[in-house]
Design a protein around this ligand. Structure first.
Ligand SMILES: [Zn+2]
Ligand SMILES: [Zn+2]
Length: 116
């Protein structure tokens, strides 16, 4: 059977972090048949200290966002623009976990640096 890995966030939301197909599913995918098992082994990651991205934009996490952006500024001297807009966080609906957003921020940060 294939494996599903779940991540529970601070806000209480639970999302699939990762799906690991079993050899059977991998063999099927090689023939371009998307076949994951109907039943999965499930595992849960330790509860995240972060809210999920959907909740991250909600008012109750305003302090959290501020802290996070202060941290970002501290680690990126010279960044004075509106970080949320710069990072495009506002435009990213809950399709990514917050960890991915941080990675995305780093990627965009390096792009900005290259352009500058
Ligand atoms: Zn499977
Ligand atoms: Zn949430």
């Amino acid at each position: 059977m294939c494996h599903k890995l779940f991540q529970e966030y601070h806000c209480g939301c639970i999302k699939i972090a990762c799906i690991t197909p079993c050899p059977h599913a991998i063999a099927a995918a090689a023939e371009r048949i998307p076949t994951l098992c109907t039943y999965f082994f499930t595992r849960k990651l330790p509860k995240s200290a972060h809210p999920c991205l959907k909740c991250y934009m909600q008012p109750q996490y305003a302090d959290y966002r501020k802290r996070w952006m202060d941290d970002y500024r501290a680690g990126h001297p010279g960044v004075t623009q509106e970080i949320e807009r710069l990072a495009g966080i506002e435009q990213i609906p809950g399709r990514m976990g917050l960890v991915n957003v941080e990675r995305e921020m780093e990627r965009m940060g390096s792009v900005v640096k290259r352009e500058g």
